[in-house]
Design a protein around this ligand. Structure first.
Ligand code: CU1
Length: 129
């Protein structure tokens, strides 16, 4: 019985090793994807609209939104939502204060839906190649 468990454990080790190798290989393949902290040191806040300027984003890059969840949130929206600072009914609202979003190819739009915040520049349009 003890021996049976032992060999099962060895079998598991082989599986774990294979998974680790797979992760290393996959990670190598996607090594180009970058992680960005939105707004840099200031975090996700007012007047972040200009933050993406001059940066080159790729699909698969990750944006990290850091903020106080009592003061702000993050809502992925359409271009229309971005331009009009409106969130569609039933929109997915991110509100942990440390939200990670993987960029899709094309332009990705995010706003804060607290009243007046988007109008105060708490919105970003990030275009990923
Ligand atoms: Cu906000």
């Amino acid at each position: 019985m003890a021996q049976g468990r032992g060999s099962a454990a060895r079998g598991n080790s082989a599986v774990v090793l294979a998974l680790v190798l797979l992760c290393v290989l996959l990670h190598g393949e996607f090594a180009e994807s970058a992680v960005y902290s939105v707004g840099d040191r200031g975090g996700w806040s007012f007047n972040t609209a200009g933050w993406p300027r001059g940066k080159r984003f790729s699909a698969g890059d990750v944006l990290v939104f850091k903020y106080s969840p009592r003061a702000h949130n993050v809502v992925p929206v359409s271009a229309a939502g971005y331009n009009s600072c409106s969130t569609p009914r039933g929109a997915r609202v991110l509100q942990t204060g440390n939200d990670r979003v993987t960029l899709r190819r094309g332009t990705n739009y995010f706003i804060c839906s607290f009243p007046g915040h988007c109008q105060a520049g708490m919105k970003i349009a990030v275009t990923a190649a």
